[in-house]
Write a protein that binds this ligand. Structure first.
Ligand code: ADP
Ligand code: ZN
Ligand code: ZN
Length: 745
């Protein structure tokens, strides 16, 4: 008798193992246990979800455990997506099972549970919502007397073809009696349909039509469109000054892609994923859009994911995780504000969606458009090297001028709002126009210092000073949740004389109200926008004109278009220059250019007043002169001399733990091992550190870092892969590797 050979599958699990595992499939599950689906398996002492990669050609089944259940009726990913996930896993040196877990919507994963398996399938299960829809009957119905309300409902249903019960209730109020009667008479029929929770629903949007492009926009569109035609990987950098009409170019580039049956993936920073932006896409393309952002509930996220998987949407707009959207047949990928650091995930799988857009674009042979008014140094350098094709929009739409900028040297000035800025604010209010005041620090005072002993008030868990919030009467750590009543007493000497230093937005708010009583002043920072809807309420006060001055942190510098703003005030322009990070000049130039660009986006010209103690730095000078070219040249020289990207590739090791000594020892041992491997394999990698991280303590943990710099990715990769194999197990310390780190703190 011949035994049929057993069916064995290869799976990966969402745990930090680099390898895959084999399981036996029981006969009754063989049909379902296909690649691209999740299975429930025994693992160690527990049960967990695993991802099926494929079948194994082997009859060696002794010692293998058996699959408990198959969790999906349909594959969750395509072969193309699997290839992409494998690439991500290998590039970021992160286990494939964890890549799946990161890439799939959080609502879909189940962990080890006691008792029954509660798998969620693509086609059924408890999360799915349904609703009644009414359709007009296909047969011409006999005449009946049905009453006027029912007649009206019938007419509406016939006109619409089909309509949901919710829509009918909105129009006719309670109408179930009439609907039942119409159904009985077979004038209409009812269908239960699965529906999706739509975070932006219930909003009717007026359709809008494409603008007539200016010559720069038209040129950019032409190049993108012919690349779309060619169906080859074509990466572009759309470098357009603020208000130059980049979004309009995206919209017009997407239209022909959709006409040809393709789809579009749009990545934007979380902070600019506003209803305003979504509305612009809706107005142009209607409802075929899925939105992915962090505020979605698990259910909503899973709904959107399912709609995309089933090919029911043509456009996906989302923050960084949307790079994993299960969109097929992609014709164009757009990354708006490509310079934003938020495309980088800061923990777990530390991927960068901006970088991955190029990888996915290459795999799927699509056009990729990276857009920004202040592109990354690496992008501009890639243009010089011919790896990105430059499209430039050097002018604002409709010949609107760039704002005029003046500088106030703050030496000797005590006020938060200097006299020249105060005057400009008064003039703007008198003219009935709006102003924006930018300061990238919240709170009342960024520091309380003892007037007697000179000790600053610091966080006991983090190596930072506490920020004084006057309205809340307390000092807070902005990294952990530590707070103390404030101003309070000096913990060092018991003195009551705490002095406030360093103004934040709350202080500016206070000072402006004293300076200009009667003016409509609003403040937008994470303190004033935590309540639901508060963000929109503040924005509405700008649009309806009831606010004269908007004070805010970087939240106001990004994402929003305030057409009424003609004056921008920038306080403490050099604040971000003092960060111990090689990108501090680049970041300063970017944020200043973005804020300055908020002025005069409407029909009236804008002006800007910049307050600084040290305005001579080229990051500030180039920003106020709108001179990106000059900034790029100077910054590139600095990068070349210091050997930083784009002249090297980086990886950062972070070692942290609650015992300072353990962290120190582990960091030293890791550095020694790295140096050893480097010598043994003759790798050209510079190993810097271990050194205390700039934020040496964070949430009670001590932190050290080792920075690796290399001329080639290959050497860097070899070093880390070998280290991963040889590293001894770590106890009581966390040790992570960040490929292409963005946060150096
Ligand atoms: P950016 O994305 O570069 O900041 P937008 O695309 O938001 O610029 O354009 C700024 C404003 O100008 C928007 O209100 C947009 O509708 C409008 N706009 C864009 N292109 C044109 C054009 N060719 N003619 C007239 N208005 C335009
Ligand atoms: Zn003191
Ligand atoms: Zn803290």
């Amino acid at each position: 008798m011949i035994c049929p050979s057993p069916t064995i599958i290869e799976v990966v699990v969402p745990l930090p193992f680099e390898k895959s595992f084999h399981y036996l499939v029981p006969p009754e599950l063989i049909q379902q246990a296909q690649p691209g689906r999740r299975v429930f398996v025994p693992f160690g002492g527990r049960k967990l979800t695993a991802y099926v990669l494929g079948n194994v050609e082997s009859s060696e089944s002794s010692g293998l455990k058996t699959v408990i259940d198959v969790l999906d009726d349909e594959p969750l990913w395509t072969d193309g997506e699997l290839e992409f996930f494998r690439w991500v896993s290998s590039y970021y040196l992160y286990p494939l099972g964890e890549v799946f877990k990161t890439a799939l919507p959080s609502g879909i994963n189940i962990q080890s549970k006691k008792g029954a398996v509660s798998g969620i399938s693509l086609t059924g299960g408890r999360k799915v919502k349904s609703e009644k829809f009414y359709l007009s009957a296909t047969e011409p119905p006999p005449r009946h007397h049905i009453g006027s309300k029912a007649a009206e409902i019938l007419a509406t249903i016939s006109d619409a073809g089909d309509i949901s019960s919710a829509d009918l209730r909105r129009r006719f109020g309670q109408c179930s009696l009439q609907l039942r009667r119409l159904e009985e008479l077979t004038l209409i029929r009812m269908e239960e349909r699965e529906i999706y929770r739509d975070p932006f629903a219930l909003e009717t949007i007026e359709r809008d039509t494409p603008r007539i492009l200016n010559r720069h926009q038209a040129r950019a569109l032409e190049l993108i469109s012919s690349a779309v035609e060619s169906r080859a990987f074509s990466p572009f950098l759309l470098h357009g000054v603020t208000g130059s009409g980049k979004t309009e170019v995206y919209l017009q580039a997407i239209a022909p892609v959709l006409e040809q049956g393709g789809t579009a993936l749009i990545l934007v920073p979380e902070i600019s994923l506003t209803p305003q932006l979504v509305r612009r896409f809706r107005a142009r393309f209607g409802a075929c859009i899925a939105i992915l952002h962090s505020a979605l509930s698990d259910g909503e996220r899973y709904d959107e994911w399912r709609r995309i998987r089933r090919g029911q949407v043509r456009i996906v707009i989302g923050a960084r995780s949307a790079i994993f959207a299960p969109l097929e047949n992609i014709g164009i990928i757009v990354v708006d504000e490509e310079h934003e650091a938020s495309f980088k995930q800061a923990e777990g799988l530390r991927y960068n969606a901006r970088d991955l857009s190029l990888v996915r674009g290459q795999m799927e042979k699509t056009v990729v458009v990276l857009g920004s008014a202040t592109p990354l140094m690496t992008s501009l350098h890639a243009v010089e090297q011919g790896r990105l094709k430059l499209l430039s929009l050097p002018e604002r739409v409709e010949n609107r001028p760039m704002p005029t900028v003046s500088i106030v040297q703050m030496k000797g000035i005590k006020e938060t709002i200097s006299p020249p800025l105060a005057l400009a604010l008064e003039e703007t209010i008198a003219a009935g126009e709006q102003s924006l005041v930018f300061l990238n620090r919240r709170g009342f005072a960024t520091l309380l210092v003892c007037g007697d002993c000179g000790e600053p008030l610091t966080c006991p868990n983090c190596s930072v000073t506490l920020t004084y919030h006057r309205q809340r009467r307390r000092s807070e750590c902005h990294y952990c949740d530590y707070t103390v009543p404030a101003p309070g007493i000096c913990p060092a000497c018991g003195s009551l004389e705490m002095k406030e230093l360093g103004a934040g937005t709350e202080r500016v708010d206070h000072d402006l109200r004293e300076l200009m009583p009667g003016a409509g002043i609003i403040r937008m920072d994470s303190d004033t926008t935590s309540g639901k809807g508060s963000h929109n309420r503040l924005l509405n006060r700008m649009t309806d004109g009831s606010a004269d001055v908007l004070i805010g942190t970087q939240m106001v510098a990004k994402g929003h278009d305030f057409p009424g703003v003609t004056l921008v005030g920038v306080l403490n322009a050099e604040a971000s220059l003092n960060m111990p990070d090689f990108r501090s000049a680049e970041r300063t130039f970017q944020i200043l250019s973005q804020v300055i660009g908020r002025a005069g986006r409407g029909t009236l010209p804008g002006r800007v007043v910049v307050q600084a103690h040290n305005p001579a730095h080229y990051a500030i000078q180039c920003a106020i002169e709108h001179d990106g070219e000059n900034f790029y040249r100077q910054e590139l020289e600095f990068r070349r001399e210091a050997g930083y990207p784009p002249f090297s590739f980086l990886a950062a090791f972070a070692i942290s733990g609650t015992s300072e000594q353990t962290v120190e020892e582990r960091a030293a041992a890791t550095a020694t091992l790295l140096i050893h491997i480097k010598r043994e394999m003759k790798l050209r990698v510079e190993i810097l550190g271990p050194a205390p991280s700039p934020l040496y303590r964070l949430r009670g943990r001590f932190r050290r870092q080792i920075l690796l710099k290399a001329i080639t990715r290959n050497d860097l990769r070899k070093l880390i892969v070998t280290w991963q194999i040889r590293r001894p197990p770590a106890s009581n310390v966390r040790e992570t590797v960040d490929i292409d780190p963005v946060d150096m703190m």
